[in-house]
Design a protein around this ligand. Structure first.
Ligand SMILES: [Zn+2]
Ligand SMILES: [Zn+2]
Length: 261
């Protein structure tokens, strides 16, 4: 991770929610923006998207929510539909023109349930992963390595991490796979334990104060704890992004700016 991104992670610790989810969402928004405004005609990107038969579900709909997505999405999806038609037609021959051996081969290849084209479904399986997912996963690993590297020690980020909402469960699991040594693992696990204990205490207090006579005593943190708990278990809520600027521009509606707080 570059120094600037290093700084971004430290800053994210001071903001609500899992800091890695936050950086992932910011980065995803920038990637989608670049894809629409710069990379839509880049042959490498086009190849990777064609191989993947488009972006994954999540990133396709995020792309659709970007401002001015219509043209870029049209170019990308037209390309993929051409590719899909090629896959549909591959191996297809006119039954009337087929010779006896072609007909026999097709009958044999129907399989026990008589599926007419058992190879067709396989041809419609993507040949590669969603390229946005690949880039985001690389960023996630870099961010988690940076967090692990900076956590222990006198000048470490332990205090900032302990005061934060901590990593969500999916990112915590991934961080544990990347801890370089036992000292870092113990530091991370101890801090995460305290963060979850704090959240559990807020949930317990919210439940206890749900009695009408005590409702006025519910703090803001306790009132929000159930949402925080969901985000802790599954990751932060995906946010709508509506970029209207050109490539690389930071929008005031970036995920970090519009996140729940
Ligand atoms: Zn997370
Ligand atoms: Zn994806």
């Amino acid at each position: 991770m570059r120094a600037l991104e290093n700084h971004a992670l430290y800053d994210a610790l001071a903001l609500p929610g899992c800091p890695v989810c936050r950086l992932e969402q910011d980065y995803t928004a920038r990637l989608l923006n670049h894809l629409l405004y710069e990379n839509v005609n880049d042959s490498t990107w086009r190849d990777r998207i064609r191989q993947a038969f488009g972006l994954c579900y999540e990133h396709s709909w995020m792309l659709a929510r970007q401002g001015g997505a219509a043209l870029g999405v049209s170019i990308i999806t037209q390309d993929i539909l051409t590719e899909l038609q090629r896959a549909l037609r591959a191996g297809h021959t006119d039954p009337g023109a087929a010779g006896i051996w072609d007909q026999l081969r097709r009958t044999v290849s129907q399989g026990p349930r008589g599926e007419p084209t058992p190879g067709l479904a396989a041809r419609l399986v993507p040949n590669g992963p969603c390229p946005i997912c690949v880039h985001v996963a690389e960023l996630t690993d870099a961010v988690l390595s940076t967090l692990c590297a900076n956590l222990p020690g006198e000048e470490g980020w332990l205090a900032a991490y302990s005061a934060s909402d901590g990593l969500c469960l999916p990112h915590f699991r991934r961080a544990l796979e990347r801890v370089p040594d036992i000292r870092t693992r113990d530091t991370l696990v101890g801090a995460q334990d305290a963060i979850w204990h704090r959240l559990e205490g807020r949930l317990r207090e919210f439940i206890r104060k749900s009695d009408r006579r005590l409702q006025k005593e519910i703090t803001r943190e306790e009132a929000d704890a159930w949402r925080r708990a969901i985000a802790t278990l599954v990751g932060e809520r995906p946010v709508s992004v509506n970029h209207t600027e050109g490539a690389g521009a930071e929008s005031p509606n970036t995920p970090s700016a519009s996140r729940d707080s």
